[in-house]
Write a protein that binds this ligand. Structure first.
Ligand code: IMP
Length: 179
């Protein structure tokens, strides 16, 4: 196993992220004034983004989490498994689904369809990162932190084999860590 730090290239610093998350928070606060949205974070990756995004809001809101598994190491498995469902009743509510990253788009497509089955008033999507060259989706992503190239990214909640979520910034992995 190679030493971790030699393999990381900085993509966004913690202050870049903080500034962008605050911009998203202001935008959402403006657009959801009096709509009392419920934020649904997709575990595990979104937990830090969700915490910072919620603290940048100036409106009333609620939150819940849902957990799925779609990745193993750096590869999408192509199938989504639901590991934990929401406990809130979202009928007639304005949902904002919060993802860490949209890569192929499979996860967000699965969750969006599933949540529409609970008859919400609306569903919007907020993602910290978006890989436009990879994502295959036919619906709008309402709030995007950063569009990034087709690279595997870690830090700020995102992991490689459950590690590196704790890093304050976002990093690309240069080489395969298993080499
Ligand atoms: P998708 O279904 O391919 O869009 O992938 C979505 C999920 O895969 C995200 O919520 C992440 O958990 C994981 N994922 C995709 N790309 C990356 C990455 O570059 N770094 C870390 N996790 C990723």
């Amino acid at each position: 196993m190679k030493k971790m730090d030699d393999n990381l290239i900085s993509l966004y610093s913690s202050s870049d992220i903080k500034n962008r998350v605050e911009e998203l928070g202001s935008e959402i606060s403006e657009e959801y004034e009096k709509k009392e949205p419920i934020f649904i974070g997709v575990l595990n990756g979104s937990f830090i983004f969700m915490a910072d995004l919620m603290r940048s809001l100036s409106i009333d809101c609620e939150m819940d989490f849902i957990k799925v598994r779609s990745y193993s190491g750096k590869k999408s498995s192509g199938t989504i498994q639901l590991l934990k469902d929401i406990s809130a009743d979202v009928k007639d509510r304005n949902i904002i689904l919060v993802e860490d990253i949209i890569d192929t788009g499979l996860t967000i497509k699965f969750l969006r369809e599933r949540l529409f089955g609970s008859s919400p008033k609306s569903i919007a999507i907020a993602t910290l990162l978006y890989k436009p060259s990879v994502a295959k989706i036919d619906f709008k992503i309402d709030y995007i932190g950063f569009e990034i190239p087709q690279e595997f990214v870690v830090g700020y909640g995102l992991d490689y084999e459950q590690k590196m979520r704790h890093l304050n910034g976002l990093y690309m992995i240069k080489n395969d860590l298993s080499e």
